[in-house]
Design a protein. Structure first.
Lengths: 331, 267, 266
């Protein structure tokens, strides 16, 4: 089966003019503007299979939104190629539009002055969805997202959580096989977030939609995504499972040991450093690029010292991502 | 199916208004007060004057009241619905216009059509009341009425394009205050909303003949009150039609460029 | 003193910010100017067409638009930002202002520099010069002082109307709709001797929407038409004072409305 989303060597460069400081600088910029090229996305390649949920991760300004905009057909790439459900989005925007649904963070596509249901009806007619199909899908969405309690309210009076739920529904009403979500749960409370996650899981597992999601919420990634693509400075850093990311960047373990003799002179094994020491309490951490894994370190500590207690703290995903962003940024 | 989405897009504005009764009350009040004020002002001005600038008192009052009614056609609170180009650019929601299988230019046109039809209902209601109250004169003949209707249609068409140009301007400049204000000004002055163009000096009338604004209101209203005789109507209608064609081509070109800009900048 | 320094500093920064967008800046100045030129063209057109309007000769009538426009220009320059308050409310800027240690009203005024006021004022000053040079009145110190007081009073009165509307917008955002109408009404009906209108309409523009006090009544007092304005002479003569009082009242209303401000989504 061919991929739902195929991305091959996708690149996007923006040209901006820099303003020189001062009055003469302003004049010079007017006559001879200095143009600077910014490589928002460079040479990115990945695939997403049908029915897969992929999280596109990276720090702010890494090029996530630019990538999504190219895949939705809003932006044309400067090099490379992309296909979404077999369509080149930026060449056949309208054909692509029927295959995709999209939510861009807090930006709403609903009509501000109208009750939400009217917005749904407008979209139904724009996407030419048959009435019965529309009704049954709306019912399905309502069951999970609990829309009916506020869908007769005008959009301007909705809370953020209500509005984003409606926006999600609006993006999926025409049954698109591919869905793009750019930080869909930003600024929402935990209850709504969980509702949205359940909705997305349902859409992927039961309806077989392909979802490309960007988020900064690592809990969300852990709950939803089996595979992640990590980009930084517009380049692809890693494409793999969460475990792979943990293995690559998750060396920030800590081993907390309580020594039997508080006066032991602590000389750690190679590749291991003492992070803190408070009497018999010693915290070990990795040291340098050749640091052992947490399990090797555990073994080394027990072999070298007499310990009365020992515990491991594996870094959580947030720490892993922090390490990944910093390391990938330095690379 | 195309009819369905046309209907949906067109009724966005009327529906928004119907869901906000205070807005409709406001329109009614404003329209009433404005008509009364304008009618009494022109009656007052003519108190010691017979015919001036080729207009009698009744003609001038009729012109002024019709101008108030006609300027209602698309003078709603454009920003209340957050569906104006400048707001979509500001909030970054313009991307959704380009994510739907409905071309943005068609969506825009359908929205405008609905808005104009809604405004027309108001204007027509106001006209009926004004006619019954004897504030405005009826058209002098069926022929005048027919030519007026045609000319009004062309005028509204020209007006649609003028407003479209100011909206399209937002794709390039994040601010369009200056452009909109210039256009509102030009529209009000040169189309004869403030005072019939016939009152202005000759140089002014000549100047405005080269611009599209008088085609929106001054021409149809002058036809209605008989200041432009039926014998000259064909020429005036042709000029209006010419403006429709010219502006249609211009705005088509601008939509094309706007789409290219969105696609190169990402909205 | 501290407040004055901040106001001056922010205003200077705002002005420089406006200069950054040069074309927009020049365009706005130009708009202010042509807008008012159009009013002049309109007024002179009517003056030549309808001589003896309301029993006034044309040099006297000219004093009305001149006073009104000068007052309007000053209002835009000093107190004009109340006009766009609806947007500040919708975008939550009022909420931000409320967290800062400066009166909200002042922060709204300092939001940006009103470039179009430059054009407005230039043309208004020109029109006033024209009106004064054509005038047959004897411009004594008393008359000149009264004219200045009238302009300031007119400015305050117009500012009061917009402040009252802005106060209403704080609680009912739709009230902004009326601001545009108000400006239109002031522009169209503020430039005539209002005794050409039927009594009821003139009364409406005196007591319901006190537009007559901005320029018509002061001009009537100055030109000796003060006894046939349809209101007692003392009331017409007290127009500048009325401007001050109404403005103070509007600020009080603003304070009270702000205390009841409930935010955008409430």
């Amino acid at each position: 089966m061919s991929a739902s989303i195929e991305v091959r060597g996708l690149s996007r460069t923006f040209h901006t003019t820099v303003r020189r400081p001062g009055f003469t600088g302003t004049l010079r910029s007017l006559v001879n503007p200095e143009r600077v090229a910014k490589h928002a996305v460079s040479d990115i390649t990945f695939d997403v299979s049908p029915g897969e949920l992929l999280a596109l991760l990276g720090p702010n300004g890494a090029g996530k939104s630019t990538t999504i905009k190219m895949l939705t057909g809003i932006l044309t790439p400067t090099a490379g190629e992309a296909r979404v459900a077999g369509v080149v989005p930026y060449l056949e925007r309208e054909r692509n539009a029927r295959n995709i649904g999209a939510v861009f963070g807090q930006r709403t596509q609903l009509w501000w002055d109208l009750p939400v249901r009217e917005s749904f009806s407008i979209l139904r007619d724009i996407y030419e969805v048959p009435k019965a199909e529309h009704a049954s899908r709306l019912k399905e969405f309502d069951d999970i997202l609990d829309l009916s309690s506020f869908w007769d309210t005008r959009v301007r009076h909705l809370s953020l959580g209500q509005r984003v739920r409606c926006d999600l529904a609006a993006a999926l009403l025409h049954d698109p096989p591919v869905v793009f979500l750019d930080e869909p749960t930003i600024g929402m409370d935990v209850v709504v977030k969980e509702q949205v996650r359940e909705f997305l899981r349902h859409q992927v597992e039961q309806r077989g939609r392909t979802v490309l999601l960007t988020t900064h919420d690592m809990t969300e990634v852990e709950r939803l995504a089996e595979r992640v693509v990590l980009i930084n400075h517009g380049r692809l850093v890693l494409d793999g499972s969460l475990d792979e990311i943990r293995r690559t960047f998750g060396s920030t373990w800590q081993v907390r040991a309580t020594l039997a003799d508080a006066h032991t002179d602590v000389v750690p094994p190679p590749g291991i450093a003492v992070l803190r020491q408070d009497g018999p309490q010693v915290v070990f951490g990795p040291d340098g690029p050749d640091a052992p894994t947490v399990h090797q370190a555990l073994k080394a500590v027990i072999e070298r010292y007499e310990v009365t207690g020992i515990a491991i703290d594996e870094a959580d995903l947030e720490d892993v991502m922090r390490a990944a962003y910093v390391q990938a940024g330095a690379a | 199916m195309a009819v369905l989405h046309a209907w949906r897009a067109a009724r966005v504005t009327p529906l928004g208004e119907l869901h906000t009764p205070p807005r409709m009350t406001a329109v009614l009040l404003r329209l009433t007060v404005q008509v009364v004020l304008v009618a009494s002002l022109w009656t007052g001005l003519y108190a010691h004057t017979g015919t001036t600038a080729g207009l009698t008192r009744d003609q001038a009052v009729t012109y002024a009241v019709l101008a108030v009614l006609a300027s209602r056609l698309r003078e709603l609170d454009q920003y209340a619905g957050r569906d104006s180009v400048i707001q979509h650019m500001h909030y970054g929601t313009i991307v959704y216009w380009y994510l739907r299988p409905l071309p943005p230019q068609r969506y825009y046109a359908l929205r405008a059509l609905g808005e104009q039809l809604y405004g027309f209902a108001w204007a027509l209601g106001g006209y009926a009341v004004a006619l019954a109250a004897g504030v405005v004169e009826p058209p002098r003949s069926a022929a005048v009425a027919g030519v007026f209707a045609l000319s009004l249609l062309l005028g509204q068409w020209v007006l649609y394009y003028i407003m479209l140009v100011t909206d399209q301007w937002c794709f390039w400049a994040l601010r369009n205050n200056a452009a909109v204000m210039i256009l509102v000004f030009a529209q009000n002055l040169l189309s004869g909303v403030y005072a019939p163009l016939w009152f202005f000096p000759d140089w002014f009338v000549t100047l405005s003949a080269f611009m599209p604004f008088q085609a929106t209101l001054s021409v149809p209203l002058s036809l209605y009150i008989g200041r432009i005789p039926l014998s000259d109507a064909a020429g005036q209608l042709a000029i209006q039609a010419a403006w429709v064609v010219i502006l249609a081509l211009l705005t088509r070109f601008l939509w094309h460029r706007a789409a290219r800009r969105v696609i190169s900048q990402g909205g | 003193m501290h407040a004055v320094r901040i106001v001056w500093r922010v205003t200077r920064l705002n002005f420089r910010a406006q200069l950054e967008y040069r074309s927009e800046f020049l365009l706005m100045v130009a708009i202010g100017a042509i807008w008012q030129v159009s009013v002049i063209v309109f007024a002179t057109v009517l003056l030549t067409r309808f001589t003896g309007m309301g029993g006034w000769d044309s040099s006297e009538v000219l004093l009305i638009p001149a006073t009104r426009m000068l007052a309007h220009g000053l209002m835009v320059l000093f107190l004009g930002r109340m006009f766009g308050i609806g947007r500040d409310i919708q975008e939550g800027r009022i909420d931000v202002y409320l967290t800062r240690p400066m009166p909200v009203h002042r922060q709204v005024q300092l939001a940006y520099f009103p470039t179009n006021a430059i054009g407005d004022l230039t043309v208004a000053a020109g029109l006033m010069a024209g009106a004064l040079s054509r005038s047959h009145l004897d411009w004594t110190a008393v008359r000149i002082s009264y004219l200045i007081a009238a302009i300031i009073g007119g400015m305050l009165l117009e500012a009061a109307l917009f402040t009252a509307l802005a106060s209403a917008s704080l609680r009912f955002p739709a009230a902004e709709y009326w601001a545009r109408w108000l400006e239109e009404l002031l522009g169209t009906f503020g430039s005539y001797p209002l005794n050409v209108l039927p009594k009821a309409v003139g009364g409406f523009l005196t007591y319901a929407l006190p537009l007559a006090f901005v320029a018509y009544f002061p001009a009537a007092v100055l030109t000796g038409h003060g006894h046939d304005t349809g209101v007692p002479y003392w009331l017409a003569a007290a127009s500048p004072l009325l401007g001050v009082l109404v403005y103070l009242a509007s600020r009080l209303l603003w304070r009270r409305s702000l205390a009841h401000y409930a935010g955008v989504n409430a």
